[in-house]
Ligand binder design. Structure first.
Ligand SMILES: Nc1nc2c(ncn2[C@@H]2O[C@H](COP(=O)(O)OP(=O)(O)O)[C@@H](O)[C@H]2O)c(=O)[nH]1
Ligand SMILES: [Mg+2]
Length: 295
């Protein structure tokens, strides 16, 4: 006898959905806010906790959950401006969550384009954590008011590759916040639903990185940057030395040709002039430099 496949009915669907929602519901949620400076991290923290201001770590009850929000200082859009101390301060936020974070909210503002340098800054800072961080990361787009009538999907489609890369990296987990409408609590209810879904997809595992690993990565990043800087300087010095050597050699050849010219007959003189002319034409730039150096 053929076994009939069980298909959920409409009523069952409703109860299944309800059961899923209830079973995913968390009584405690710990969140870390990261992103560029001025991206709206602190404002988002305030909207989540429904309060005016908090420093570094804020706690409160939201929709029956005990919520902890860790705010971090953020990185510069141009990541070469970030110092080692700044990066250590950013990652220090994680140590405030020793038992792990339910979500890392990567804040990206919608008022400016997500440029290549912002992309580099995100990549550089996310690589300070281990690769599993992406499983626990949700992009929070702030300045939701800037979208006006456009949907976020349309915005992502119209943006260039860097933003699409970021959304892909986070496996399409994103949420839009309008921090000018702090009273619109439905945006926070929805955010928590997305966070709970993400935790369920991670089978309840939290983001709990090894802090000493992270500090080591920060140190390595800046040691690498220093070495690169020194190598660049050395290369430039060597280039300048070689250039000068070449110019001096060329100048000496010219001088000896000139003295030779003075001792030759008229026909030999014309032949030599041809050589010098060719030299002049092909080395005009070098000659200009010689006179500059002589001067
Ligand atoms: N219009 C608008 N402004 C926002 C929004 N979120 C943040 N801002 C503004 O962006 C600026 C930087 O926000 P802040 O939270 O201090 O950024 P942080 O440096 O990442 O903490 C502030 O002037 C905020 O008022 C938003 O959703 N809409
Ligand atoms: Mg801030």
């Amino acid at each position: 006898k053929k076994k009939k496949k069980h298909v959920r009915g409409k009523n069952e669907d409703f109860f299944f959905f309800f059961w899923m929602k209830e079973s995913c519901a968390l009584s405690e949620v710990r969140i870390i806010l990261i992103g560029g400076r001025w991206s709206g991290k602190s404002s988002s923290g305030n909207t989540i906790l429904r309060r005016e201001r908090f420093e570094c770590e804020g706690k409160g009850e939201v929709d029956g959950r005990q919520v902890t929000v860790i705010d971090t200082p953020g990185w510069w859009k141009n990541s070469s401006q970030c110092t080692e101390d700044m990066d250590q301060e950013i990652v220090r936020g994680l140590s405030l969550c020793p038992s792990g974070a339910h979500a890392v909210l990567l804040v990206v503002p919608l008022d400016v384009r997500f440029t290549d340098s912002q992309w580099r800054a995100v990549e550089e800072h996310m690589s300070l954590f281990d690769a599993t961080v992406w499983k626990h990361t949700l992009v929070v787009f702030t300045y939701g008011d800037m979208l006006a009538d456009k949907s976020i999907e349309e915005h992502i489609e119209n943006e260039r590759y860097p933003l699409q890369w970021l959304v892909d990296k986070c496996e399409n987990k994103y949420h839009v916040l309008n921090n000018t409408k702090k009273k619109d609590t439905s945006q926070i209810t929805e955010l928590f639903e997305k966070i709970e879904e993400m935790v369920a997809e991670n089978s309840g595992r939290l983001f709990c990185p090894d802090m000493s690993d992270i500090h080591r990565r920060v140190e390595e990043k800046f040691r690498r940057r220093e070495i690169k800087q020194v190598l660049k300087q050395r290369l430039e010095q060597e280039y300048r030395r070689r250039e000068l050597e070449l110019l001096t050699g060329f100048k000496q050849t010219l001088i000896s040709l000139q003295t030779e010219m003075k001792q030759k007959s008229l026909s030999e003189y014309y032949a030599l002039m041809g050589v010098i002319n060719a030299l002049f034409l092909s080395n005009m730039n070098i000659l200009i430099l010689i006179f500059r150096i002589d001067g």
